[in-house]
Design a protein around this ligand. Structure first.
Ligand code: SF4
Length: 704
């Protein structure tokens, strides 16, 4: 049961990842100059994490302290060129004037909006409305495009609908064989391990696909270690073996799918021996994986960024889904494909109109009926709504260019650290005529802004989030924001008013949610039957939930898939290599990822003393054989060079990484910023950049 609120305790959820663990915030005394006197407590009843929290969640109260965050607006002084404190009226006037002035000089398409996967549903919804109604620009997208866009595109193509997990996380504990491809929940979402452990205790098997021997992989029955960028070859070869060994669920394929013949032909043309040469995974290990997956009474494949963040991520997800469909592991209890979403509201963030091609309710922005419905809710002419805009990286790449976006409102994102080819993105941000940043902390991106607006955070405002399961939960305000800080919803209302829209932009979260319900009604992500009271009365509500009497939908696709004919569609996938393969100049592969004690661009976690002590800076993991060849020992400074730049960080010599691959975490700015190196080559469907593999050269720093 959720929703406890008393004088000294409030049930709420973690500010970080997509698990959205339940927690209780408890008042411990009188607030002092160091910040509010609150502590994070367990909340055992919430089924996703059953009381467990990782270090990030346990320490989440630290960043509520005023000295770690922004508590007054900043504007860039025209005389000194430096950011200086300002009052809210001056800052909002300056922000709105810059947006309106750019539109007047260069047209509405010269103004853009960039959102975040950590924003609540209410903020994501109002930000989308602000872009399309107040600014009337098509150019709005969000950093969730960098998170799970390929999984979303792959699911949508196969099932007609994308929801991170089409089943509750608890179902993982009941599956016979679980494949985790390119994910490391032991470090990214440790409380999820409770469900994995329960699965193993019940006799289930675990296969992990990852080039690194992660803590998740160490616990697996079978660890397959493909070279970064080659998961697709592995998934195709597994399907080849399933077919060759007569393990296709022919009855399921005939009754519930379409497109098998082409998928079969593509897989049969992809020999496992070829896949072994591409991936480095022995055919014997592939056969073992097929045996384990097909012998189990049920099976799941869960992908994460390792499989998805590629210029062919959508096809790779399609190849994993094909494996599920051919073996009858989809649309059945304790079976199916799912995605371990990364960001706190990566799921909800894209359901409500924060994505360049979508309107609220997961509606396509090019669908006339969808436009008419949303325009009716918004009280505007459907023809006044812009069409699709640029995807996240394309938007950032256009900044400050002729024909590109010249004024940007950025909310809850830190692309200076988190975007691919980050040095280029930083240059583009500097080239803007006008940059407005709304954030909790003075992030690296805020440092480039003309106006910085300090906003409230998770424990200081109400708002819903939709976790990786499609479960809509409620974060409840437990305390007031510090003086000088306002909510993102207030900022949008104030900016809209200055742009001439004095109505239509409420700043009370509950009021925005009521409008969001109406806008989503009848769409795929239908929230019409969800209310704050219903969420409080239970453990959240799963969408779709079309009316107040509907129980919500924890499990999708059990009767039919969400395609017009109700059948799942096989993807037509043939192997293609990464956009950048190793060569004589750049002979190694770089892959990037997260560490246990940091989160995304680190804007909050790098300011949390206990997390910063646990993970104080970037590093380069390399294999002992590679280290010996380079004459490098543990801790030695290394330079890593790609076609886009060079970074420096200390070596961590470990047998956990392949000899042909190096790994860097991406949480830090400065000389060790991993995203200086990463490749912005985009997936043609999802527009996901290729974060997870590029070609690099590694040397001892200061060497020849
Ligand atoms: Fe927060 Fe994610 Fe850790 Fe849970 S697993 S406590 S949601 S960071």
């Amino acid at each position: 049961m959720t929703g406890t609120t008393s004088a000294d305790a409030t049930d709420t959820h973690c500010p970080y990842c997509a698990l959205q663990c339940g927690m209780r915030l408890r008042r411990t005394g009188r607030d002092g100059p160091g910040g509010p006197a609150v502590e994070v407590d367990e909340r055992p009843g919430f089924p996703v994490n059953r009381g467990a929290l990782c270090g990030k969640g346990r320490s989440a109260a630290a960043v509520l302290a005023p000295h770690l965050r922004l508590t007054e607006p900043l504007v860039r002084d025209r005389r000194t060129g430096l950011l200086r404190p300002a009052g809210w009226d001056e800052a909002l006037d300056r922000a709105a004037d810059g947006l309106a002035g750019t539109a007047a000089r260069h047209g509405r398409d010269a103004v853009g909006v960039f959102g975040g996967g950590g924003l609540t549903n209410e903020k994501a919804y109002l930000l989308g409305k602000f872009a399309r109604v107040a600014l009337r620009t098509p150019h709005i997208d969000y950093n969730g495009r960098f998170c799970m866009a390929s999984a979303a595109a792959g699911q949508r193509a196969a099932f007609g609908l994308d929801r991170g997990l089409p089943f509750p996380l608890e179902d993982v504990a009941r599956t016979g064989c679980l494949v985790i491809a390119g994910g490391n929940p032991a470090d990214t979402m440790p409380p999820a391990l409770r469900h994995l452990r329960a699965q193993r205790e019940a006799g289930g098997r675990l296969i992990v696909v990852d080039p690194r021997r992660t803590r998740t992989a160490e616990d697996a029955d079978l660890h397959l270690r493909p070279a970064p960028g080659t998961d697709q070859a592995l998934a195709l070869a597994l399907l080849h073996l399933v077919i060759a060994e007569g393990r296709v669920d022919e009855a399921f394929v005939a009754a519930r799918t379409t497109g098998y013949a082409r998928a079969r032909a593509a897989a049969m043309a992809h020999w496992p021996e070829r896949a072994e040469r591409i991936t480095g995974v022995p055919v014997t290990a592939m056969r073992r994986a097929v045996e384990m997956f097909c012998d189990a009474p049920s099976g799941m494949v869960l992908t994460a960024r390792g499989s998805e963040q590629h210029s062919k991520g959508t096809d790779t997800v399609g190849a994993w889904i094909n494996l599920c469909l051919a073996t009858g592991r989809a649309g059945r209890p304790y079976s199916g494909y799912g995605c371990l979403t990364g960001q706190g509201n990566g799921q909800g963030g894209r359901e409500h109109g924060q994505k360049a091609d979508q309107l609220p309710g997961y509606r396509s922005i090019t669908d006339p009926a969808a436009r008419a419905h949303v325009a009716r809710v918004w009280g505007v002419d459907p023809d006044s709504l812009p069409g699709p805009g640029r995807s996240a990286y394309e938007l950032l790449d256009s900044l400050g260019t002729d024909g590109g976006v010249r004024a940007l409102l950025l909310m809850g994102s830190n692309p200076v650290v988190s975007a691919p080819h980050a040095s280029h993105v930083t240059e583009r941000l500097r080239a803007l005529d006008h940059l407005v940043v709304c954030d909790v902390v003075r992030s690296e991106t805020a440092e480039l802004a003309d106006v910085v607006l300090p906003t409230a955070q998770w424990a200081e405002e109400d708002g819903t989030m939709t976790n990786l399961e499609g479960r809509v939960i409620l974060r409840q305000a437990a305390l007031d924001p510090p003086p000088g800080v306002r909510t993102d919803l207030h900022v949008l209302r104030a900016l809209a008013a200055r742009l001439g829209h004095t109505t239509g932009f409420p700043d009370a979260a509950g009021e925005v949610f009521e409008e969001l319900r109406a806008a989503s009604a009848g769409g795929q992500a239908d929230y019409a039957g969800i209310s704050y009271d219903r969420i409080r009365a239970g453990d959240g509500v799963f969408w779709p939930c079309p009316d107040a009497g509907h129980p919500g939908t924890p499990r999708l696709f059990l009767d039919r898939f969400a395609t017009p004919d109700g059948r799942a569609r096989f993807a037509d996938v043939s192997y293609r290599p990464a956009a950048e393969e190793p060569d004589a100049r750049y002979p190694l592969r770089l892959t990037t990822g997260r560490v246990l004690a940091q989160y995304q661009s680190g804007a909050q976690t790098r300011r949390t003393p206990e997390l910063e002590r646990a993970a104080p800076g970037p590093f380069v993991e390399l294999h002992p054989r590679l280290a010996a060849r380079l004459g490098v020992a543990d801790g030695d400074p290394l330079t890593v060079t790609s076609r886009r730049g060079r970074v420096t960080a200390p070596a961590v010599v470990t047998g956990a990484i392949r000899p042909d691959t190096v790994f860097m975490p991406f949480h830090w700015p400065g000389p060790g910023r991993a995203n200086t190196l990463t490749n912005p080559a985009l997936d043609p469907v999802s527009r996901m950049p290729e974060f997870k593999v590029c070609a690099v050269r590694v040397e001892r720093a200061g060497g020849p």
